[in-house]
Design a protein around this ligand. Structure first.
Ligand code: AMP
Ligand code: MG
Length: 402
């Protein structure tokens, strides 16, 4: 059976190979968060655009401060948004505010804390190096250099940078539309009162939430019955979107019809099982030139397999690079005993604060236990064939919000 990293690689290579280029649209800067940039953004001018003072103090010539204390003649002041027209000569200084341009002739700023006014003059009590408290023009970025590449996901720092270079409107890729289809005769809408053997359709909503978190636009198609005709009708509808994600109906049961229907519609499969728990029966294929995921119906399986396999596909279909799967190391609070030939993703909790953090696996009833998952904030990742993880050992953790 496939290792989950091989399965993920199959997703990345298949979707990349298709080379889908999303169309683009312009959005206002304030609506650009979490979108994927569709243009290269370059520095429209030097940053900073002038030699900028980082302190309130006095613009000076460092050479005048070799012997301190020294008394300098104060020529006046310059505040942020202004430029001093004259030159600071030998023995001169100019009062300067944070963010103001350092005047010609000056090459450093003495902090106000290290000065004392004295009848139109200023006594500077500490030496400063040339360049102290000054960020030189163009040292952050030279005009014309690329700052953000197309394909960058826009976070708050990128929003700031886009604002700095004057992008009131930003070219972004259209969000991929992701059809979400749950399956199962036992599944009823969330607003329904379930019969004794029925369950509410939580998967459609968790999948939609994960789609949105990954920058896709969920298209909820409801639930298909475990019936070839009904399933086929709704799968066909789902294939009209950029991507189709199904839940349920991919195990070995008599009424697990997802693969049957997809095959009847001409699908080819890249995998239909992965060596993980939860999530072993996960399916990935291509059908009528669209990619399709069949995720197992147990809610925790659905969410884990989405994180591992669907997330990179949505990123690629949206013009972004797949997010790297990054584990963190944490100390295990209590021992974990397991025997499986699969990689385990166990609901777990990172506890503690600052540098004093440990991870604890939570008691859970298996892949249907959403109660345990909602109490968790990460997965403890246990490699295959590991039988015991000792308390205090360093283990792999996958944050859950990712
Ligand atoms: P399946 O993968 O179809 O065999 O379903 C496995 C388990 O997941 C069963 O206990 C189902 O009741 C449950 N399940 C299937 N679909 C959903 C859904 N849409 N929402 C919540 N649980 C589901
Ligand atoms: Mg089912």
């Amino acid at each position: 059976m496939l290792h989950y990293l091989e399965a993920r690689e199959k997703v990345v290579s298949a979707v990349s190979a298709r080379g889908v280029r999303p169309t683009t649209e312009a959005v206002p800067l304030e609506s650009s968060l979490d979108r994927v940039l569709a243009e290269e953004v370059v520095a429209d001018r030097d940053y900073p655009p002038f030699d900028r003072s980082t302190r309130d103090g006095f613009a000076v010539r460092a050479a005048d401060l070799v012997q301190v204390p020294v008394t300098l003649k104060c020529l006046g002041e310059v505040k942020a948004g202004e430029a001093y027209p004259g030159t600071v000569g030998a023995g001169d200084c100019l009062q300067i505010m944070t963010g103001a341009p350092v005047p010609a002739g000056a090459d450093a700023v003495a902090m106000i804390e290290h000065t004392e006014p004295k009848a139109g003059q200023v006594v500077v009590k500490r030496r400063v190096e040339t360049g102290a408290n000054v960020v030189p023009r163009g040292s952050e970025a030279r005009q014309g250099i690329p700052l953000l590449a197309a394909g960058t996901r826009i976070g708050y720092a990128e929003v700031s940078l886009l604002g700095q270079v004057g992008k009131a409107r930003v070219q972004v890729y259209r969000r991929p539309r992701v059809a979400v289809l749950s399956t199962g005769d036992e599944v009823v809408p969330v607003e329904a009162r379930p019969g004794p053997s029925q369950i509410r359709n939580s998967n459609s909503y968790s999948i939609a939430a994960q789609v949105a978190l990954r920058g896709g636009e969920p298209v909820l198609l409801g639930n298909a019955r475990d019936d070839l005709a009904d399933l086929k009708r709704l799968v066909r509808r789902g294939l009209e979107e950029d991507l189709l994600v199904l839940s349920g109906g991919v195990s070995m049961g008599k009424y697990d019809l997802v693969e049957v229907v997809l095959r009847q519609l001409g699908a080819e499969f890249f995998f239909d099982a992965v060596a993980i728990r939860p999530g072993r029966p996960a399916v990935f294929g291509s059908c009528q030139s669209k990619f399709v995921f069949g995720l197992p119906g147990n809610p925790v399986s659905t969410m884990v397999t989405f994180t591992l396999f669907v997330a990179p596909a949505i990123a690629l279909l949206g013009g972004a690079a797949p997010p790297p799967l990054q584990f963190f190391k944490a100390r295990l609070a209590e021992p974990v005993k397991q025997t499986a030939q699969l990689t385990l993703f166990l609901p777990a909790c990172l506890e503690g604060e600052n540098a004093d953090v440990a991870v604890r696996a939570l008691p859970w009833q298996g892949s249907g236990d959403v109660v345990a998952l909602a109490r968790s904030n990460c997965f403890l990742v246990v490699p295959p064939n590991v039988t015991e993880l000792a308390a205090g050992s360093w283990v792999d953790v996958l944050p859950r919000q990712l």
